[in-house]
Design a protein around this ligand. Sequence first.
Ligand SMILES: [Zn+2]
Length: 333
Amino acid sequence: MTWLTRTPGGIDVERRPYGVANCGRTWTVPGAAPRVTLHTTESRRGSIDAVLNLWDQAERNGTLTVPHFTIDAGPRRIVQHRDMLGPACALEGCGDGRASTNGVPNVQVEICGYATESPGWSDDDLAFIGDWLAAVRAGGFDVPLASPVTFYSDRNAPYVLASYSSPNRIGAAAWYGTAGVIGHQHVPCNAHWDPGGVNVGRILYHAALALGGPTNGKELTVADIKIITDQIAALSAQVAQMQSTLGGWMQGERIYDGLVPVKTADDPRQFLVVIVPGKGYARVHLTGEAKGVLQKQQTIQAGVGGFDGGHPVDFVTLTDPAQVAWFKSLPVL
Ligand SMILES: [Zn+2]
């Protein structure tokens, strides 16, 4: 029996077990891959009390189709109704025996909100859901922090989602092997399209963070990769900033700091050697006008070429054949 008490983010998990469960006490296909199915209650964020009243009423009527959890990002409440390592009953069954929908390891959560609005859920709310997901994983349900499916909203779906034959549904043959986070809209033999186009990538990202790190030591998940690519992007931005100092030019023994106009003996044009982030060295043709502006800004150095008849020479003429060849090989921007 697994009942959660507290999430990694510090939210206490309330316990409200229900007596009626028409989907049995144990998984019928326990060897199937672990997955989590997201639902939306189709009531507003903050409506958890009304939703729980509805479950109570259904329990009294004997018609309760209960999920494992009902959660609400408004009051930040998480309520557990069923043993996490056994079935919940919020999915329609296949009837014809093609596949068991509730009988596979499948932790189901009803999130208070509307499927039409889920693409706009705030990152704070997605972090709350990620924290819940992290608690489920930490509680012993070994769902990978990944999603094998596309969460469509009613705004961008290429076809009707709320249909038994929606192409977005996982086929009965693939169902037992499906691991990770999915939505009601992906479940075979069902017609609902909740939870809509929720940003599952952010939920996974926050779940990985809540579990204390980007990797689980075994495999990279979608969330891991998201975290790593974010870190690389931040590093690249830093490097680009460092490299935007024009003219940081180094080749062989010669190092010029700052902007140094450079030319060759056989070409009257002067160039600045620059580093283009991600591409490498290039040269920029320096017109007389541009050079004047840069000199006034004291962006380019004067006198770097020594003195000629008492006048500072503010460019360098390359003479070393290897340097000349390298210089000429650079693309001109
Ligand atoms: Zn649903």
